[in-house]
Design a protein around this ligand. Structure first.
Ligand code: 26M
Length: 821
């Protein structure tokens, strides 16, 4: 418990804040106002540690990592900050005494949803681990005015509602206008010979520019006084409207710059694993990268004179290719502003930048048309051309006369700038995010690059923070674990293995199942409030929550629900164990098939949930607006973790780890980190089915997959598919789900039907689901499995992942911070 939290002082400070912020007494304040007041009080405490941390960094000058990411899916800050300050219980008590419930106050905070899904949430978990482990780290990102859209379900369809998350202000952020940077777009490059240096000078002219203003958000380490910084950039116009400007050209330009600034940070692109090639997206990328790289160089130069050693004190981790323009921006500053020679600048850059790959989905690869790229970033484009020229020379040297290699590996080819190729050519490290994924990168997707530069490639299996996803999300289970093995698991998750000895202990099994039941009641209440659906907390909570994507196969799940429903209707006498299928998923706004799948899930739910004849044995719930804050409730209450992607397609997955930590066995394919989960917990404690990655890749490369054969030869499959087009779930509308049906069977387009092997895996999935039911009926067996899952989750802490990044890639210095007083 944090000793800086004196209850009486805390209460006084909250009351004081309500007064100065809202001119109200505490009993007149709305819950939102109390949230704000409490947050400002907490921020006060954080600020002292934040200052102390910066002092230590000043003095010790450790090597630091800049984690560059278009996305940071932070979720709520208040509860997490209290947890990491070890002040949660004290504040809960203090608020109780004031007549407020901390949970209710936490619920006033909007999620900071500056991310889509896995990639953005991973960045958030990494920041938590970096601070907790005592490493100097900056998150660099964009302060989107609107984050991930809020999802409403109307008539079964997804409606996107803007996420105005800043409307009541963000109490934890700090605006830092004194560190503003200018970022330039467009215009042209004038080359001028400089007699003095005997070098060409490159001068960008006729450009538009915006002012990047940083906002700093504190990242509190767990119980160690370390507070790091997430720096997100806002955009402002440089020449605030000159109303007296009679120069028409100037006036026009002022308006344009105003608009540029306003548009750049307006909204997060809500695409997940899909690249659309939008100009504004490239503007966003260069905007925050240019500002971040300028700031990093400026910070280095405060203490150091030799820019050629920049990489000794700083490293840039590029979260996928989205921030890859950092490579060229660093080159630009080193060449044009610091006056280095090409080779010197290249050495610094290639020792500074490292790249993480998060996907093998072809449609996610960023390839910018050179017309767009060179128009928006003329100097950056020149630099990339030169990087490409030299890289192509390297390829030619290594593979003389092999035009094929050049064609496949060049950074600029076919009129496009290929960002992954740039990241690999210039990065000193290329990592995948789970063992299987890294092997696929090395042997399939990035084979040519691996053969040429094998030393760059490495794996860093993802992880999650147990502070948010167990300690905060599941207080009952967290206390139970602490009561048995002490609290060291909070910063040393592998210690949770000590719980293995309780897996067969009857009393412990009952306690575990009871905690799960309490959490299921909590979720059932949420579902009742939000969906109006009654769910039976004694039924199996079978949960699939993640972005909606065809490769994740929510469709396989709902088709199986349709199959079960048929079975129950045909055989009412069957002893069917009650199940609640819970879905949560946002579809990218323009992703038609994904949106149809949401409609299908809701339509199936409507029919099944309202069929009195099945006695509530089957329920289907679609949780609206799945996001970090309700995810915390959901993981804690889950019995079964659905991780059913087409093998080879899910790079890692991290939700799988959150379920495991909360004692939900995996029902899944041998994909991504599922493979390692099974390694840790044992096959007998997971439900594995489906094609392997090798089998999928083999079909993809050599053909031979014919989904129609399953349709022809399997009555159950045929019946379910026919129900997509016979109006069964659409009030007689035979067209509503026709496209889904076609996608599984018809090869109208050039694509193979059933791209994601749903029919191939259907029967083995159904079989695995039967195994789940059988296991669940045996309560002792189930409790044992669940406890073993939780107790085997030690590997999947982001603390381990970050240690590996530090030891094998970044080589950061460790710091410790003492409390100020
Ligand atoms: C690209 C272009 C334009 C707009 C948006 C994008 C884009 C945004 C997010 C592309 C991909 C994005 O995220 C991909 C992602 O979340 N990948 C997931 O990363 C996780 C963390 O490594 C893995 O666990 C998941 O398996 C992987 O799907």
């Amino acid at each position: 418990m944090n000793k800086n939290f004196k209850k009486e002082e805390f209460k006084k400070s909250v009351a004081e804040n309500v007064k100065t912020l809202y001119r109200k007494t505490i009993d007149e304040a709305t819950p939102q106002q109390v949230f704000q007041a409490v947050s400002y009080t907490v921020k006060d405490v954080i600020i002292d540690d934040w200052l102390a941390t910066q002092k230590v960094y000043e003095k010790e000058d450790p090597k630091m990592v800049y984690y560059m990411s278009m996305e940071f899916l932070m979720g709520r800050a208040l509860g997490n900050n209290l947890i990491n300050l070890t002040a949660y219980e004290a504040v809960k008590e203090a608020l109780d005494e004031m007549g407020f419930d901390l949970n209710m106050i936490e619920d006033q905070e909007p999620d900071a949803a500056l991310g889509n899904g896995g990639l953005g949430r991973l960045a958030a978990c990494f920041l938590d681990s970096l601070a907790t482990l005592g490493y100097c780290a900056y998150g660099c990102g964009i302060r989107y005015r609107y984050g991930m859209f809020k999802q409403k379900i109307e008539n079964g369809y997804q409606i996107e509602v803007p996420d105005n998350w800043l409307k009541d202000g963000n109490p934890f952020e700090l605006r830092r206008p004194e560190y503003a940077k200018e970022v330039k777009f467009g215009g042209y490059v004038r080359v001028e010979y400089d007699e003095k240096t005997r070098r060409n000078k490159f001068i960008q002219e006729g450009y538009q520019s915006v002012r990047a203003i940083p906002y700093d958000i504190p990242i509190v380490g767990y119980n160690n006084h370390v507070v790091n910084t997430l720096r997100v950039w806002d955009a402002e116009a440089i020449n605030d409207f000159q109303l007296d400007s009679f120069d028409k050209g100037d006036y026009q330009k002022a308006v344009e710059q105003e608009n540029l600034a306003k548009n750049i940070v307006e909204v997060l692109y809500p695409n997940d694993n899909h690249y659309a090639g939008k100009e504004l997206r490239l503007k966003q990328q260069y905007f925050f990268i240019s500002a971040s790289v300028q700031a990093a160089i400026e910070k280095y130069k405060k203490k150091h004179t030799d820019i050629r050693k920049f990489y000794e004190k700083a490293t840039f981790q590029l979260n996928d290719t989205h921030p890859t323009v950092a490579i060229a921006e660093l080159m630009r500053i080193l060449l044009d502003e610091e006056g280095l020679e090409w080779d010197e600048a290249w050495e610094v850059t290639t020792k500074t930048c490292a790249y993480t790959n998060h996907t093998i989905m072809a449609e996610a690869l960023e390839k910018w048309p050179i017309e767009l790229f060179s128009r928006l970033l003329p100097r950056i484009y020149q630099i990339i051309e030169e990087i490409n020229r030299r890289f192509v020379n390297e390829i030619e040297k290594k593979y003389p006369g092999n035009h094929e290699k050049m064609r496949k590996m060049a950074i600029i080819y076919d009129g496009q700038v290929k960002m992954a190729h740039l990241a690999i050519a210039a990065g000193y490290s290329v990592n995948g995010v789970a063992q299987l994924h890294t092997e696929i990168l090395k042997n399939q997707e990035l084979k040519d690059f691996y053969q040429m530069m094998p030393e760059k490639f490495n794996n860093k299996t993802n992880g999650i923070t147990q502070r948010r996803f167990l300690l905060h999300a599941n207080p009952l289970l967290a206390s139970w674990v602490t009561d048995h093995i002490g609290d060291e698991w909070i910063t040393d998750l592998p210690q949770i293995a000590k719980m293995k000895i309780y897996a067969e202990d009857k009393k412990a099994q009952q306690e575990f199942m009871n905690i799960k039941y309490q959490n299921k009641l909590r979720l059932a209440k949420y579902i009742k409030e939000h969906n109006g659906i009654d769910v039976d907390p004694r039924s199996i909570f079978d949960v699939q929550v993640k972005r909606l994507h065809e490769y994740k196969r929510q469709l396989l799940n709902i088709l199986h629900v349709m199959y079960l429903y048929n079975k129950i209707k045909d055989h009412p006498e069957l002893d069917f164990y009650p199940r609640t299928f819970i879905f949560g998923a946002k579809a990218a706004a323009g992703y038609k098939r994904a949106k149809q799948t949401i409609k299908l899930i809701n339509s199936v739910g409507d029919v099944i949930n309202n069929d009195r004849s099945i006695n509530g044995k089957l329920k289907v719930v679609f949780i609206e607006d799945y996001r970090v804050s309700n995810a915390e409730l959901i993981f804690a209450a889950s019995d079964v973790s659905e991780q059913i992607s087409t093998a080879s397609k899910e790079a890692s997955g991290t939700g799988n780890m959150k379920f495991m930590l909360n004692g939900a066995p995996t029902l899944g394919t041998m994909d991504g980190a599922n493979v390692e989960i099974v390694q840790e917990v044992g096959e007998e404690n997971a439900f594995i089915f489906g094609l392997t990655a090798d089998e999928v890749i083999n079909f993809e490369n050599n053909g031979g997959y014919y989904p129609m054969e399953y349709f022809n030869s399997d009555q159950d499959i045929r019946r379910v598919l026919m129900q997509l087009i016979n109006g069964e779930y659409s009030n007689g509308d035979m067209n509503m789900f026709r496209e889904i049906y076609d996608s599984l069977l018809n090869t109208k387009s050039s694509d193979r039907a059933d791209t994601y092997f749903i029919l191939a895996d259907f029967k083995s999935y159904a079989k695995a689901q039967e195994e789940v039911e059988k296991a669940y009926r045996d309560e002792e067996r189930w409790a044992k499995m669940a406890i073993l899952n939780m107790a085997s989750s030690g590997k999947f802490t982001a603390d381990r992942t970050i240690k590996q990044y530090v030891d094998e890639i970044w080589h950061l210095d460790h710091v410790t911070v003492e409390a100020l007083n």
